[in-house]
Design a binder for this molecule. Structure first.
Ligand SMILES: Cc1cc2nc3c(=O)[nH]c(=O)nc-3n(C[C@H](O)[C@H](O)[C@H](O)COP(=O)(O)OP(=O)(O)OC[C@H]3O[C@@H](n4cnc5c(N)ncnc54)[C@H](O)[C@@H]3O)c2cc1C
Length: 547
């Protein structure tokens, strides 16, 4: 419970209409089923109050009030996922939806300065009018580019051209856990927003690494995002939504489905395509996954037929979709010819999808706007994903294969939904030398047997990642952090130190930043626990905790 004194100070900070401790309102924030792999709970801890600040100064006042009253704070932008909820019993949820402005778009220097709740769709619509575009992380246009750039992950299907969210930060405004404001990058020197590093030693690495602090080291109230070229029209007319969407197909763009015969030629072709700097969007998933999200019930029926399982599961295993963009028809013509030549040189086929207009008029802008991922919920109601670190493209291929084997076991035990096991979200970065592969698994949270699978399957993926000397990306998960910290430069020890220095009042809800927790081994076979301990011993070596 929050004291009346603390509550009235929150009212002073944001105004009485923008704070609540109504149980019904608080429960609205505690219901967080997305990516929630708790074997029982779909709820997270209930906040003691929710505040809706409208500006940086109000955020500072909220954080100061929390420090004064021994409360914690947990901010979110659009709040889509379990990682947005409180992990303690005395948390004030800071919902940033009133901070939804695009503060500046600098067309000449190609950047945009935005607030937390300026969602990707809004920013994209405004930048496209100027022939510019932004990186949208794969969760979709309804999400916050600021949250992705400053606080959590950041892969998207435009990463082949626009890379990974943290690489696009060109300055950020950060309310530290003691309420002070820090401007990272050139704005920190009172200059314009054009560089994410400095003044002096760069704090960008403290702000975040590849996973992000997930709200554990303060609240970001503004961020400058690098923008990229958009060669399409200022406004792309669209009727309908998602699978029923019909968009005009911009000129100077192409859409190809590239199928390669096997692993070796797929990897080689990807490297060649990377060298030729082709691709505005690029994504790979399993052919069956399209049917899985487009017609889940039909998919359920078709996959009961062995022959169809084979066709859907094994043919077209190495397929990558490419969206091409150029300044002229000639440039797109060159890219198309180069792509087709490279794929043909490696025994594959690059199908120009523009001949299938209905599909392209739905899918091309669906890719550019990143609208399609949310369909992953359709078949069972929920999903989770097996991630490992972004790394060299071969390692991602190893990871995909390993996760497929793990999933086959759990599908056979009916612990997760049968999606034919191969269900990657595979995205190359920049020159295709490095990539991101996460393997999706879908489940029905209403089924006990599915929920009971969530902890042991997570353990299986953690073991697999260590066996491949890959840190599980969910190093943001407290269960994993204690295990891999010693294997990865004791990163968690350092993160704890950063948290202690930046947050002497322990006001930030930092569980997802530096907290550690145990696996619920009552749900895991003892042999797996033993296997994990063995792996940690094997990899740890002699390096002692630096503190
Ligand atoms: C269907 C689906 C697909 C997804 N695909 C991808 C993907 O391809 N790539 C990817 O990167 N992620 C992906 N995700 C994860 C996604 O990034 C998160 O779900 C995220 O929560 C989406 O919302 P958001 O970006 O608006 O951030 P939020 O939900 O608002 O927050 C994300 C995290 O950042 C913290 N945070 C947010 N704003 C601030 C702030 N201003 N200051 C400090 N901390 C803050 C929050 O506490 C939370 O921990 C996917 C999720 C779903 C559900």
């Amino acid at each position: 419970m929050i004291s009346d004194e603390a509550y009235s100070q929150l009212e002073e900070a944001v105004g009485p209409d923008n704070v609540s401790r109504e149980p019904g309102v608080l429960d609205g924030y505690a219901w967080q089923p997305t990516n929630n792999d708790h074997p029982v709970e779909r709820w997270v801890k209930r906040p003691v109050a929710v505040v809706l600040p409208s500006c940086t100064e109000e955020v500072q006042e909220v954080v100061r009030a929390c420090n004064r009253h021994g409360l914690k704070f947990k901010a979110f932008s659009t709040g889509w996922g379990v990682w947005c909820g409180p992990t303690y019993d005395n948390v004030v949820q800071v919902d940033l939806r009133r901070m939804n402005r695009i503060l500046e778009i600098d067309e000449k220097n190609m950047y945009a300065v935005v607030e937390p709740y300026a969602i990707a769709a809004q920013i994209q619509a405004e930048t496209m009018k100027l022939g510019l575009n932004l990186h949208i992380h794969g969760s979709g246009p309804n999400c916050s580019p600021l949250a992705s750039a400053t606080s959590g992950w950041g892969v998207g299907h435009d990463s082949v051209y626009m890379s990974y969210s943290p690489r696009n930060v060109m300055g950020a405004e950060w309310v530290l856990p003691d309420g002070e404001v820090l401007r990272v990058g050139s704005p920190g020197s009172g200059l314009d927003w054009f560089c994410g590093d400095g003044p002096g030693p760069s704090l960008r690495g403290i702000m975040r690494g590849s996973a992000g602090a997930l709200g554990g080291i303060g609240i970001f109230t503004a961020c400058c995002l690098k923008l990229y070229k958009w060669t399409g029209p200022p406004v792309v007319k669209t009727r309908g939504t998602l699978l029923d969407a019909e968009s005009e197909i911009p000129e100077n763009m192409g859409f190809f489905m590239c199928a390669l015969p096997d692993r070796a030629r797929f990897l080689e072709a990807m490297l060649r395509i990377g060298e030729s700097e082709i691709g505005y969007n690029a994504m790979r998933t399993a052919t069956a996954a399209y049917l899985n999200v487009i017609a889940p019930h039909l998919f359920g029926k078709l996959t009961k037929a062995t022959s169809l399982r084979k066709v859907l599961g094994q043919t077209l295993e190495y397929v990558m979709l490419f969206v091409l963009a150029g300044d002229s028809e000639g440039e797109v013509g060159f890219q198309s010819a180069a792509l087709q030549a490279i794929v043909a040189d490696h025994g594959g086929l690059a199908l120009d999808m523009s001949v299938i207009r209905p599909f392209v008029s739905m899918a091309l802008m669906g890719f550019v706007r990143a609208t399609l991922p949310a369909l992953v919920f359709r078949i069972g109601g929920s999903f989770n994903t097996a991630l490992c670190r972004n790394d060299a493209i071969e390692t991602q291929e190893n990871w995909r294969e390993e996760c497929m084997e793990i999933k086959k076991g759990w599908i056979a035990r009916q612990g997760i939904i049968d999606d034919l096991a191969d269900n990657p979200y595979y995205v190359p970065y920049e020159d295709n030398m490095w990539a991101h592969c996460e393997v999706v698994y879908q489940f029905d949270p209403r089924k006990d047997e599915h929920r009971a699978t969530l902890e042991p399957i997570f353990m299986d993926f953690t073991i697999a990642a260590l066996e491949q000397c890959m840190e599980p990306m969910f190093s943001s998960d407290p269960r994993v952090r204690g295990i891999i910290g010693p294997l990865a430069g004791w990163f968690n020890t350092w993160q704890k130190k950063v948290s202690e220095r930046l947050d002497p009042g322990r006001a930030a809800d930092s569980t997802l930043y530096c907290g550690e927790a145990e696996f619920d081994i009552s749900r895991i076979e003892p042999s797996k626990v033993k296997q994990l301990e063995e792996l940690v011993r094997k990899h740890k070596g002699s390096e002692e905790d630096p503190v």
